[in-house]
Design a protein around this ligand. Structure first.
Ligand code: SF4
Length: 350
């Protein structure tokens, strides 16, 4: 494995915020942030998050709502909740010290196989491979491995690594640098649909550099496209001064922990949907006259209609059911308001 690769990675990417100041905790945070989010986005959030939560203890003491606010802009909020659970587990079961043992790491809530490997390899510079989508792709090309990408390929790569089939003759490897440089390579030169083998620092070592690298790893067999459902929602805006009526989404609802304006289902092709109450004509509606905007979540393509009503009309015509409503300031960053609610205010003011 070429030293050229590591030199290239260090020269270009050693200044990433989570590489500047190393610690196991920083690695835990950055690796969870980097799952499903681009490096560019994480760069904009990492330092701010670490300043707010400088230690595992600080993170373990935060509330679910607070961590979701600090996570805003990174998306996939489940990761924020898992990170908090991991911090609580580390404080409760390991006296606040991240254990350097693969099996122990996997017992911590919110830490799976990938994060455990990343903590060992990148956080502690121990012999391990953090097989993310980049490593999966790069290794399958470097060693010409024709296994369908996904869990099967990850298992195969893990086995070959444990059998010592990779990086032969390199007993001096720095595991942190190796993992990070392979990730950088996958992001820059060896992408899923584009390669630059001429510029790649590993072209001399690569089994497929002179073939067609893009056929590796083999693609997953086409699964039937997930059906999409059309959904029409009514977002009710009840304004008092500059505040709007909202409720907090509960554990089993979409975007749990976030706040949202009262919302009703107007029309759906999925009769099993129970995320919101169904509209039952509480006030007269003329949909054509309402402002609207589009959003999407899971398999739903959503048309959102925006209805503004007075607090008096709300109290007279709507029953709150189990929900507890309160007023929020949509301009405050601390409110953790759902994107759809923010969009509803924008649509109304258009
Ligand atoms: S030589 Fe090409 S296929 Fe091989 S690792 Fe580099 S970019 Fe990927």
């Amino acid at each position: 494995m070429s030293q050229e690769l590591i030199n290239w990675s260090k020269k270009n990417y050693s200044d990433l915020p989570w590489r500047r100041k190393r610690s196991l905790y920083n690695t835990l945070v950055s690796e969870i942030m980097l799952q499903q989010t681009t490096v560019g986005t994480v760069i904009n959030h990492f330092d701010k998050f670490i300043n707010k939560y400088p230690t595992i203890e600080a993170l373990s003491k935060t509330s679910e709502e607070e961590i979701c606010i600090a996570w805003k802009g990174l998306g996939y909020y489940r990761r924020a909740r898992n990170l908090r659970k991991a911090a609580i587990g580390i404080v409760e079961d390991f006296q606040g010290k991240i254990p350097l043992d693969f099996e122990k790491l996997k017992t911590i809530p919110g830490i799976g196989e990938y994060t455990a490997s990343a903590l060992l390899a990148i956080g502690a510079n121990k012999k391990a491979l953090a097989i993310d989508a980049n490593l999966e792709r790069v290794l399958s090309r470097l060693y010409r491995i024709s296994v369908e990408k996904g869990p099967k390929l990850q298992k195969e790569l893990k086995t070959l690594f444990e059998q010592g089939k990779f990086f032969k003759g390199r007993s001096d490897l720095n595991w942190r640098n190796l993992n990070e440089s392979l990730m950088d390579l996958g992001r820059v030169y060896c992408q899923a649909n584009k390669v630059d083998c001429l510029a790649c620092p590993l072209s001399k070592d690569c089994a497929v550099a002179k073939e067609n690298p893009l056929i590796y790893p083999s693609k997953l067999k086409k699964v039937k496209k997930r059906e999409s459902n059309d959904l029409e929602l009514l977002r009710v805006l009840v304004k008092k001064d500059n505040l709007f009526l909202a409720y907090k989404k509960s554990e089993n609802e979409w975007l749990s922990g976030q706040k949202e304006f009262p919302t009703f289902i107007l029309k759906t092709s999925d009769k099993s949907l129970s995320q919101y109450p169904y509209w039952d004509g509480q006030v007269n509606l003329n949909l054509k006259s309402l402002k609207k905007f589009k959003t999407g979540i899971t398999k739903y393509k959503i048309t959102n209609y925006v209805l503004e009503i007075s607090e008096e009309k709300w109290k007279k015509s709507f029953s709150c059911g189990k929900r507890r409503f309160f007023f929020v300031n949509p301009d405050s960053k601390d409110e953790n308001l759902s994107t759809s609610s923010t969009k509803a205010v924008l649509a109304l003011n258009k």
